[in-house]
Design a protein around this ligand. Structure first.
Ligand code: SF4
Length: 405
């Protein structure tokens, strides 16, 4: 609320089920479950692992994890698609808005925010604008009003990811490394892969996701430039993604025990809430630009937010490195009979390279099983967990199951 009241406990509250706060991404409150089973349908749609299953307790039935395990102990990928369709708030993202307010109000912290490409396309929906309205300038202005010391663009690091992944692809091509190369910027997909296909762990790209790359840069290069101790910098990522909360908490994504690469991740929905809590009239804001130098980017990084964008950008770079010429466009074609899978053939220096783009983990499973069986002839594959890629991420404004929007 505008008064900063975020949690109210009512006297006499008789919660029957324990609230599951075990994961760093999703909170599950079975007491609010009305058994509509939309989460289960969505989970089966993305075919994570069928995490949710209805379990009876006396006369009550709620949707629960398999074997009633806490979420952190399951193979849930934390993509958050279940949250996007839950009508009652029985499933929500782990709210970290309080942590951001605390950092912003701490005079000893230099608070830097970065925003993913898919956020600027969806944030306006939280303020009644038409879906798809691009609100980059207003978003930057709102972030400055909220008190962030620097406003950077994850697109800067998306460009780095493109360069790194393309270099890795070129290296494998030139030195006979194992193909296909799989993109690695979607943490839900990475978690799915680690649980389900541990025997293929040598094929994904070794690149961190773009916001983690930018986090490292802010706490090393940029801290040095400003001459400040990285421990006094708080990096906040605004993402369309719920899984990125879990990703940022992974111990290997920190600079020793001292400081995490990214300290706090909030979703597009949480940012919209913060802007409302601060009583900022979003519509009336004058557009502003990102701070330099980590707010600059090329056009290639902007297409990261939608399915196929990462691969197209990486292929164009690999093409240029290998031939010295420019590849204008990669034409992907939908593979018949496989909704959610597109492919393209790109001739590079006398050899045809086969590329595939997959969204939805059910499709990812199909393609990975083919790789396992030696039946795949792809050289590079982009995989994103959410329908349509990050633009349809689990942290975007609620669509209540209407994927047409
Ligand atoms: Fe997050 Fe994008 Fe992956 Fe969805 S597709 S889990 S939004 S990185």
């Amino acid at each position: 609320s505008e008064l900063g009241v975020r949690h109210i406990s009512y006297e006499g509250d008789e919660s029957e089920f324990e609230i599951d706060t075990s994961s760093s991404s999703i909170v599950r409150d079975p007491n609010k479950c009305i058994r509509c089973r939309r989460c289960e349908t969505m989970c089966n749609d993305v075919q994570t692992v069928g995490v949710y299953s209805a379990v009876g307790r006396g006369f009550e039935t709620v949707v629960k994890t398999a074997f009633d395990l806490p979420l952190s102990k399951t193979a849930c990928t934390f993509c958050g698609q279940c949250i996007a369709v839950c009508p009652t708030g029985a499933l929500t993202e782990l709210d970290q808005v309080d942590k951001v307010w605390k950092a912003l109000n701490d005079p000893n912290q230099f608070v830097v925010v970065q925003t993913a490409p898919a956020v600027r396309v969806a944030l306006g929906e939280g303020f009644g604008l038409e879906p798809g309205t691009i609100v980059t300038g207003k978003m930057v202005a709102a972030l400055r009003r909220l008190g962030f010391d620097r406003v950077f663009d994850t697109d800067f690091a998306a460009d780095l990811t493109i360069m790194e992944e393309a270099t890795e692809l070129v290296h494998r091509i030139q030195h006979g490394g194992r193909l296909p190369l799989l993109t690695s910027c979607c943490p839900a997909w990475v978690k799915f892969f680690e649980h389900q296909f541990p025997d293929l762990l040598d094929i994904p790209s070794t690149c961190k996701s773009p916001h983690e790359m930018l986090g490292v840069l802010i706490k090393s290069y940029y801290a040095k430039t400003l001459g400040i101790d990285p421990k006094t910098i708080t990096v906040v990522s605004v993402m369309p993604c719920v899984a990125k909360k879990y990703e940022a908490a992974r111990p290997e994504l920190s600079q020793g025990a001292e400081t995490a690469d990214v300290d706090i991740v909030i979703t597009t929905r949480e940012l919209a809430r913060m802007i409302r809590e601060a009583s900022i009239h979003f519509d009336n804001l004058k557009e502003q630009e990102f701070d330099h130098p980590l707010g600059e980017s090329t056009g290639a990084s902007v297409i990261f937010g939608t399915t196929g964008g990462v691969l197209e950008a990486a292929l164009r770079t690999a093409y240029e490195v290998l031939t010295g010429e420019t590849l204008e466009k990669v034409e992907f074609e939908v593979l018949r009979g496989m909704d959610g899978l597109k492919e393209a053939v790109v001739p590079i220096a006398g050899r045809d390279y086969r590329a595939a783009v997959v969204h939805g983990l059910g499709n990812a499973r199909t393609i990975l099983e083919k790789i396992q069986a030696g039946e795949s002839d792809y050289d590079v594959i982009e995989i994103m967990a959410c329908p349509g890629g990050c633009i349809g991420g689990g942290g975007q404004p609620y669509h209540h199951g209407n994927l047409e929007i």
